[in-house]
Design a protein around this ligand. Structure first.
Ligand code: NAD
Length: 490
């Protein structure tokens, strides 16, 4: 821990004088208004840095830079783009420790998970780098009378708006395919966690990315974020965040007919049938809600457990939850660090009383350690019903709500009785039941007898209030590119 703290301090010192500046057209700039905001660590509420508070004028400059840089980037050979994106991945690997330490300090996420998230960022760049040369490849679809050809071209400058949970990994997941497709980018990271977006930008430019291809504007959602979604030069918005912010962005982008891709909230069920491997299911259920502080869109925050095994399963679960180590995020032993912000801490802890009022049992946690820092104890609500607030609202913390079901039909009905539909996890050893339930569950991604294991070529996204569109693999290129059809008479 001490070594990690002193290494972190060296990395943070550089921000002490300059603060975190915007980066527009290859230049580090304060906000045109001269205004700043501050970022604090959730560990002890200490000041980390002041951050340029970008607004409409900064977004306008960034969008113009992205528009000016677009033709040359679009026309660069895919093999050249591939080289630059691989060089970015190399740069991420070289600075992985710095990225992980800064991310933990800025977000409160535990180092044991964040060091992997930094390297996953490099994987994202490599994955899309390898696909850059073929991104524009089209198809021949000849008919009796026409030689039909489809081609794909990049959309133009795009806006990318990211949230504060795993901000580094999510930024790479959105920006790498945009660049591989030939789009230029204006990125607006979350105001609660701006550190690693700035490091990522530096890595990209050192890797040879031309100025203006990727621009970074920090700022508040209702200022810089809003201006980005309304800017006429920006052709599309890739957004990750809350469902209600997605609605706002859709309205804001309506006048300029923005193409949108939304990855939003979730209240994902993990369904455990009585024929499942219960030990594996227990491990996975714990991992999917109590890792990454539960601040994870794909977390399994609703446990649906079959009546016949529920007493035993919940008892083992509560014992395990009580043993989870809450502590300093830079301590390699820590499993749960502090929540991102006081506002979020207040939201998460408010559900402890709500659970009591709802009539659920608090089987573990339901408390917060004494400060400083926004720490909460991992929490398990049992004997809940699906209509309770704690079963319906996205709490976005290390809080699991357990609901019992009688049979398969009831499990499916409960899984679907929510506004969300991002992921679901089904645990059963009956293959036909697995097939039936996965067909019936309303979710964009379902894992059977597994926690969430990402395979990058597969589609990622949600249904209902959890999102619009898919990315991953070629789906990312569908979003960042325009498909054109030409028919030649034969
Ligand atoms: P948020 O919606 O509050 O903010 C996300 C981003 O949007 C921030 O950069 C913010 O500044 C910006 N923003 C806010 N208002 C805006 C506006 N009017 N116009 C433009 N931009 C605006 O979300 P958050 O609290 O930062 O993140 C947590 C949420 O993100 C959770 O709901 C979580 O489930 C979701 N999430 C979803 C996925 C997914 O893949 N589905 C992944 C990660 C997080």
């Amino acid at each position: 821990l001490d070594r990690n703290i002193s290494t972190l301090q060296r990395h943070l010192d550089r921000f002490a004088d300059t603060g975190i500046l915007n980066r527009i057209n290859g230049q580090s700039l304060p906000a045109r208004s001269g205004e700043w905001f501050d970022t604090h660590s959730p560990v002890d509420e200490s000041h980390i840095a002041r951050v340029a508070r970008g607004g409409a004028a900064d977004i306008d400059a960034a969008a113009k830079a992205a528009a000016d840089a677009f033709p040359a980037w679009r026309d660069m050979a895919g093999t050249e783009r591939k080289k630059i994106l691989h060089a970015i991945a190399d740069g991420i690997v070289a600075r992985a420790e710095e990225i992980a330490l800064c991310e933990c300090w800025d977000t409160g996420q535990a180092l044991r998970f964040m060091s992997k998230a930094a390297l996953r960022g490099a994987d994202n760049f490599r994955f899309f780098a390898d696909r850059a040369p073929a991104a524009r490849d089209g198809q021949m679809l000849p008919s009796a009378t026409l030689m039909n050809v489809t081609t794909r071209t990049p959309l133009g400058p795009v806006g990318i708006i990211t949230p504060w949970n795993t901000p580094f990994m999510l930024s790479t997941w959105k920006i790498a395919p945009a660049l591989a497709a030939g789009c230029t980018v204006v990125h607006k990271p979350a105001e609660f966690s701006p550190l690693t977006a700035r490091i990522l930008m530096e890595i990209a430019e050192e890797a040879g990315l031309p100025p203006g291809v990727w621009n970074l504007v920090n700022g508040l959602g209702e200022e810089a974020g809003k201006a980005l979604t309304e800017h006429p030069a920006i052709k599309a918005i890739a957004f990750v965040g809350e469902s209600r912010t997605g609605s706002m962005i859709m309205k804001q982008g309506a006048d300029t007919l923005k193409r949108v891709h939304f990855e939003l909230g979730g209240k994902n069920p993990v369904i455990v049938f009585d024929d499942a491997d219960q030990d594996r299911a227990l491990d996975a259920a714990i991992f999917m809600i109590y890792s990454l502080n539960g601040e994870r869109c794909t977390s399994s925050s609703r446990l649906l457990v079959q009546d016949s095994i529920a007493d035993n399963f919940e008892e083992k679960l509560a014992a395990r939850v009580n043993n989870i180590k809450v502590g300093h995020p830079l301590d390699p032993q820590t499993e749960i660090g502090p929540l991102i912000h006081k506002v979020h801490f207040d939201k998460v802890t408010s559900y402890f009383d709500i659970a009591r009022q709802n009539g659920a049992t608090i089987a573990a946690g339901g408390t917060a350690p004494d400060g400083p820092g926004h720490y909460v104890n991992p929490t398990l609500f049992t004997h809940a019903t699906n209509d309770m607030t704690v079963a319906q609202e996205e709490i976005f913390g290390p809080v699991l709500t357990s609901i019992r079901f009688k049979d398969e039909d009831e499990a499916i009905a409960l899984a679907n009785e929510t506004q969300y539909g991002l992921t679901a996890y089904v645990w059963t050893n009956d293959i036909t039941r697995a097939m039936r339930t996965t067909q019936a569950i309303e979710a964009g991604m379902i894992w059977v007898n597994s926690e969430n294991v990402r395979h990058l070529p597969t589609p990622f996204g949600g249904v209902k209030a959890s999102g619009i569109g898919r990315d991953g693999g070629d789906w990312s290129f569908d979003f960042y590119m325009e498909t054109k059809h030409v028919g030649f008479a034969t």
